[in-house]
Design a protein around this ligand. Sequence first.
Ligand code: HEM
Length: 509
Amino acid sequence: MGKFIFGRLHGGMSVQTIGTIFLILLLIHLFRTWWPLRRIPGPFWAKFTNLQRVAWVKSGHAHLIFQKMHNKYGAVVRMGPNMVSVSDPKAIPTIYPMRAGVPKGDFYTALRAYSRKGGALKLVFNTQDEETTPIFASSITKYEPMVDDVLAQLQKQLNARFVKTGATCDLGDWIQYFAFDVMGTMTFSKRYGFLDDGKDENGMIEKIFDHMKTAAPMTQVPWLDKYLYKNWIVDAFRRTPGLAILKFVNQVIAERQKSVSEGKPAKGAIYPEKDLLARYLEIQTQSPEIPSWAATAWVFTNVIAGSDSVGAIIRTTMFNLLMHRRTLEKLLKELLEAQVSQPYPTWEEVRELPYLDACVQEGARMHPPFALPLERRVPAGGMDILGHYLPEGTAVGGNPYVMNRHEATFGQDAEIWRPERWLDHDGVRKKKLEQSTLTFGAGRRICLGRHLGMLEIKKCIPFLVMNFDLTTQQLQIVDPHVFTVENAWFFKQTGFYARLHHRGTDSSV
Ligand code: HEM
C-alpha cells in the first residue's frame, strides 16, 4: 500500500492507463467474439455471451424460447457467440450426415456422469468419438416376451389399485414405471420394481432428472463444467446426482460378471442369456479392442436414454388421445377391426397398423423427449447452412421440439395434434415427414434403440386402449390444466391423472 500513490502505481503505470488497457483488451475480445458469426441474425446478447442460453435452460422452458427466437429471427439463428440453431428440416442431411466428419459438439461432454476414480464417464450417446457405437441386436422380436411380462405386471397393478377401487390414477407415473421396468428387464433381466411397489422407492427416476437438471445448463457452457462440477475438489464436497446411477449400474454389471465367472445363474435374472447386458459382455469378450468402460457406458445409456424417452412418447400420445376422443375412437376401431390379441397385442399385429403408427409418430413429433439443439461441430472447411456460411468449429444443431414444428414442412397446424397428417396413400409424404423429424436424432448418430423403443410404445398404447374403457367418459383426464412439462434436455411431464374402468375383455379383474 505504501508503494501505491492515488492514481499511480509507484514507478509504474497510472490506474487510468491500466483501465484503458483493460478496456481496449475487452473491446478486442468482444470484437473477436462477435466477428466470426456476425452475419447470422440473433438476439443481441447472444453475440457476446452464452449466459443467456444458460438462463433459458434453467427456466425449464428452453424449447419455447428457442421456438420464439426462430419465429423472430428466421431459420438460422445465432444463439451464442459460437452457437447457431437451425429450425428448417432441410438442413438435417448437412448437419447430421451419415458419413463421419461432423462430430458431436462439446454440449455432450456436460452430460457425462463424474466419479473421482473414473473421471467423466463417456456414454454411447455423449461420446464425441464417431467410431464408438454399439451393435444392438438386429432382431427386436426376441425382446417381445420381456415387454409382455412387464405389461402383465402393469395390468395387475392398474386393475388392483385403480379399476377395482375407483381411485384416481397418476397415469403419467405408471407409464414411466412401465418404461423403466421394461428397460431394466431388457437390459439386465430385472425389473427395477417400480411397478411392483407403485413408486420410485429409491428415487432413481428423480435422480436421473436431477442429473439432467444439473447437467443441462452446463451443456451451454461446457468449458465451465469442469470447474463447477467435474473435478475432485468439487466432488469431495458435492456429489453429482449422476453418481448414484453410476453406482447402481456398476453393481449390476459386477453381479453379472461374478455369476458368469462362477458359472452360476445370475441372481433374480429372468432372461440372463438373452438380455442386452449379456450381449454387451459377449461383444466385449469377442473384441478386446473395445474399451473396458464400454459395458458400463452401454448399460448406463439404456438406463438414462432408453426409459424416460419411451415414457415421454407413450404419455404424450395417450394424453392427446384422451384429449381428442375422436382420434381415440378411430384408433380403437382400427384395433378392433384388426382383431389384435388381448390382453397383449403382438408386435406382428400392431407394427404396421396405419392409424396407430400415425398416432405414435404424432406423439413423437409433438413432444420429442430430448429438447435442446443436438449440437455438432462444424468441420474444417466450414459448412453452408441454408445460404449461411458457418466457419470451422461453430456449434450447430436443431432443437427437435422446434424442427418438428416447422410449418412449411408439417403444415400450418403444426402446433396441434392431428395424426392424420401422417396418413397418405403412396407413402411419399409420410417418408418426407419422417425424414424431417428430429425426435430420434439423424444421420450417423441417430438413436440406436429406436426400434426397441417402438416395440414398447406400439405394444403399450394398444394394451391401454383395448383393456381400459376409453370409448365412453369412463377413463377421464381429471384436469388437463395440471399436465405440465419441464425441459432439462430431458422432458419431465407431470400431472397426467386419469380414472380407469374395466373394458370388459380382461378376465383377470
Ligand atoms: C423411443 C424413444 C427414444 C427416443 C425419442 C430416443 C431419442 C434419442 C436421441 C435424440 C438420441 C441422440 C441423438 C443425438 O444426440 O444426436 C438418442 C441416442 C441414443 N439412444 Fe435413443 N431414444 C429412444 C429410445 C432409446 C432406447 C429404448 C434405447 C436403448 C435400448 C436408446 C439408445 C440410444 C443410444 C445407444 C443412443 C446413442 C447413439 C449414438 O450416439 O451413436 N434410445 N436417442
